[in-house]
Design a protein around this ligand. Structure first.
Ligand code: PEP
Ligand code: MG
Length: 909
């Protein structure tokens, strides 16, 4: 272990730790320490570091030798401050044992509460509180939690469906309620509870083969070990995979004096956000329950009460707010809210408990928020003078912008829609899909390419994979701070919780609402921003043109050192990308004019050209094709009006375009005046065993120079005409799949010749343009110094470069990469996130060598990585001039580039 100290104390107005020690103390431990330091009342406790977790995992679940003594010493300090003693028969201290990773993983790890209750301490506590019901209720909760978390999950016991110890104990509890006719847990008497704990203990022994431990220290160490082990629990592992949290981090464990929100009507518990987590509005927002334990709020079992009058909604407007029910507690809580916001200068997510009228803070952490809320809060806090421009820019994760640019339900369509229920707006935007009722079904249906809405009765962290797979999440119960809501909001996923009108029957896979029944597969549309649930499929629209978004992006742009361009192949895409702030086109893939809308005729002519066997035939076909190519290029150059446009010469293997259908072949054969058989033979001749490494890219231009010639002419003539018409243009001619400078020189001769011809034709002296290359073959990186003698710019094609460097076929990774990810042989899909370790070295080397030859060499990226935040950061670090990505990702790349410059400043050009 690198740090000696394994246990950090907090409480009584001071602490060993601080907020910036999250790596060691986890978010929870670090913030408890911070709150103690700034004089906010927290129950005393201590945090065992993440390093101990790592040790525990590495050493077959054993602890560093000094830990036992350290824990005892810290516990003694807690006892002193709280005025009670762990295991004491007269005045027992009870503790909670909680997880806390560096980054919050809501509900993904385990907690054990009420540790220290045993036959030795119970009588004293009954006497002290005068409340046997409370004590036995706490004890039955301990047994249920402990047997589930420590004796079953952490012990690796895998019960059959429905036979988990927790479920079996719940059935005993339900049995008592039924037998006695109790409506809720709160009705169960002290005697019943006392009898029930006896049954609980017997059941634990029967099912798990071990006695429930009656020694407080055994309970404590069992809890600590189980929380550490829960780092490797299924839920936590899934969540980490989705969130990209490294397995090595580990969790800390905080052991903290218990305070009770369930000691009667002057006790309560709640969860709150210092600002609204869905809209960002500057209001104190939260939920609370009287006479309850904290878990009751987040588990989403009861619909909680609103914190204050200002934030009441449809679902809870009839329920009492804390503001009116306990004003003498609400006021100091509100002060703490102000205090925390000023101290942290960010929105905090807090948990509090009121024990017999006394307020205790149990947790604070930076609150998860939707993209909309992130943006609004950043802009508000900037205006309030709480944060600087730099901080505001760092406050929105680039991926969250996606959500702002994502579709919402068309308000016009919504007016006449079939509204079936209203719930709480837990996750933003709109979603429409078919309803499914289990996480497994959601995953399965999504795999089949279906869009699904996961419908559950209540929120449950076990569903995390299904929630991820679904386009939207809908639950009948739960509040805005329930786990599902937190998780969905973190992902920016459309989510509605607490739609109480829905009767969800998971077994029958159906929803009943208002006398109607909807079966699995029915289509629903959710408006997650309003909390409205509609039957059927509604129209959607884009949520752009938000002026705050524009202001925010303008601030971010002020910091950026890199330009952001777009990959666009049509004038329409180019125009859309300009709207998103693209500063040029980094990749215009010529071949895309042969796919999709309006491509029929150019495709036919291209095919004619491909199956030509003589130069004369091919030239004739190219001449016919020329006007189409020129028209597209010219229109795109015109849209980009003076911004640079990189136009790539034809890249893909030609056989991809050969028609397969008989009818198409017959038409083509007729046009060429040859037989269908002769055409088939020509097509067969084009077949390649390994087309990705075959006759493609510059190799086409070398073997069929007339193809390059036609394209270069189209580019330069378009430019010449636009210049004459008074439009500024700046085309960049780009050669793909280059491995050797000789290839580039070969094509450059052609380019020069065409340029001379075009200048003469238009009687011009100059057409400003550049001649450069894609860098997508490892050899090009290794010989970049010589390549830069001819190339005036490099554009990294990291799709092919990743393919060639890993030797992974980009078209076939589906067969093995998922398993590589599963087995952790790869941390992420390298086609999504640039592999800095391998591919990145080639990129960096290529830039270094290239700039050795040509100091001002312009360098960019046009592979898919150009719109992925982590990869954009890498591009910044290696000194690229620009990144280029698809239109929708342009704002993401702009923000990622700004954040990269703020974190790793480099000289701006
Ligand atoms: C690349 O290889 O990264 C690239 C942009 O080209 P394409 O995807 O068209 O092969
Ligand atoms: Mg490529």
């Amino acid at each position: 272990m690198s740090t000696e100290k394994a246990v950090y104390f907090f409480g009584g107005g001071s602490a060993d730790g601080r907020a910036d020690m999250k790596n060691l103390l986890g978010g929870k431990g670090a913030n408890l320490a911070e709150m103690a330091n700034i004089g906010i009342q927290v129950p005393a406790g201590f945090t065992i570091t993440t390093e101990v977790c790592t040790h525990y995992m590495k050493h077959t679940h054993s602890y560093p030798p000094a830990l036992d003594a350290d824990v005892r010493a810290a516990l003694a300090r807690v006892e002193q401050i709280m005025g009670s003693k762990f295991g004491d028969p007269v005045n027992a201290l009870l503790v909670s044992v909680r997880s806390g990773a560096r980054k919050s993983m809501p509900g993904m790890m385990e907690t054990v509460l009420n540790v220290g209750l045993c036959s030795a301490t119970i009588p004293g506590l009954v006497k002290k509180t005068g409340n046997p019901r409370f004590v036995y209720d706490a004890y039955r909760r301990l047994i249920a939690m402990y047997s589930d978390v420590v004796m079953e999950k952490a012990a690796g016991v895998e019960p059959a469906e429905g036979m988990g110890i927790r479920q079996q104990l719940d059935r005993l509890l339900d049995g008592v309620k039924k037998a006695k006719g109790y409506a809720s847990d709160a009705d169960i008497s002290a005697d019943d509870l006392q009898a029930l704990v006896g049954q609980f203990k017997a059941k634990v022994k029967e099912v798990l083969g071990r006695e429930f431990p009656d020694d407080p220290y055994e309970q404590l160490w069992g809890g600590i070990g189980a929380v550490f082990s829960s780092w490797n629990g299924r839920r936590a592992v899934s969540y980490r995979r989705i969130e990209g949290i490294p397995d090595e981090w580990g969790t800390a464990v905080s052991v903290q004096a218990m305070v009770f929100g369930n000691m009667g009507d002057t006790s309560a518990t709640g969860v709150a956000f210092t600002r609204h987590p869905a809209t960002g509005e500057n209001v104190f927002f939260g939920e609370w329950l009287v006479n309850a334990q904290g878990e009751d709020v987040v588990a989403g079992i009861r619909t909680p009460n609103p914190l204050n009058e200002a934030t009441k909604n449809e679902q809870n407007k009839h329920l009492p707010s804390l503001e009116t029910a306990m004003p003498e507690v609400y006021r100091p809580l509100h002060d703490i809210r102000d205090n925390l916001e000023k101290h942290y200068t960010d929105m905090q997510d807090i948990e509090f408990t009121i024990q017999e009228g006394r307020l205790w803070m149990l947790q604070c952490r930076t609150g998860k928020r939707t993209g909309t809320a992130a943006l609004n809060m950043a802009m508000d806090m900037l205006a309030e003078g709480l944060i600087t421009n730099e901080t505001a820019v760092m406050r929105v994760a680039p991926a969250q912008l996606d959500e702002l640019l994502h579709p919402i339900v068309d308000p016009a369509a919504e007016k006449s829609a079939d509204l079936v229920a209203k719930g709480l707006p837990a996750g933003p935007g709109g979603a429409r899909g078919q309803v499914v009722f289990t996480a497994a079904d959601a995953v399965e249906w999504a795999k089949q390419g279906k869009k699904v809405i996961l419908v559950r009765e209540e929120t449950n962290p076990e569903d995390v994979e299904g929630m991820r797979a679904a386009v939207g999440i809908l639950t009948a119960r739960g509040g805005m701070t329930s786990h599902a809501a937190l998780v969905a909001r973190g992902w920016g996923k459309c989510c509605i919780v607490g739609a109480g009108a829905l009767e969800v029957d998971v077994h029958k896979k159906q929803i009943r609402v208002g006398g109607r029944t909807f079966l699995e597969g029915a289509t629903f549309t959710l408006n997650g921003t309003r909390g409205h649930v509609y039957a059927g499929q509604l129209a959607m629209m884009d949520a752009t043109e938000n002026p705050r978004f524009q202001q925010f992006m303008a601030i971010a742009d002020g910091f950026r050192a890199m330009n952001v361009r777009t990959n666009a192949d049509t004038p329409e895409d180019a125009a859309k990308a300009r709207g998103f702030g693209a500063e040029g086109i980094g990749l215009f893939r010529t071949e895309h004019m042969f796919y999709g809308k309006g491509s029929e005729q150019p495709l036919f002519l291209l095919r004619k050209m491909i199956v030509s066997t003589t130069v004369a035939e091919r030239r004739a076909a190219l001449a016919e094709l020329y006007p189409f190519v020129k028209k597209d290029i010219k229109a795109t150059l015109a849209v980009m009006d003076g911004l640079p446009v990189t136009i790539r010469l034809l890249d893909p293997p030609l056989h991809e375009f050969v028609p397969q259908a008989h009818e198409e072949r017959a038409k083509l054969a007729a046009a060429l005046g040859i037989s269908v058989e002769a055409l088939a033979k020509r097509a067969d001749d084009l077949h390649e065993s390994n087309p990705m490494m075959g006759h493609r890219g510059v190799r086409l231009g070398v073997t069929f120079p007339e193809i390059s010639e036609m394209q270069i002419r189209a580019i330069l003539e378009s430019a010449a005409e636009l210049l004459k018409e008074g439009t500024k243009v700046f085309p960049e001619i780009m050669v793909p799949v280059v491995g050797m400078v000789s290839e580039l020189e070969d094509q450059k001769k052609l380019a020069k010749q065409v340029e001379a011809e075009v200048l003469a034709k238009y009687k011009m002296k100059k057409i400003p343009h550049m001649y450069g290359t894609m860098i997508e073959i490892p050899r090009a990186c290794l010989t970049a110094d010589t390549i830069a003698e001819t190339a005036e710019f490099f554009s990294y094609g990291t799709n092919d470069l990743t393919q060639m460097t890993f030797g992974f076929s980009r078209d076939d990774i589906g067969g093995f990469v998922p398993e590589y990810l599963e087995k952790k042989l790869l941390p992420v899909d390298p086609f999504q996130v640039l592999d800095r370790e391998g591919v990145g070295q080639l990129v960096a080397l290529g830039i270094k060598l290239g700039r050795k030859t040509r100091k001002k060499l312009k360098v960019g990226i046009c592979g898919e990585h150009g719109g992925e935040p982590n990869s954009v950061e890498f591009c910044h670090l290696v000194g690229m001039d620009y990144v280029s990505c698809s239109p929708f990702r342009v704002p993401i790349a702009r923000l990622a580039a700004a954040q990269a410059q703020l974190q790793y400043p480099r000289k701006k050009k």
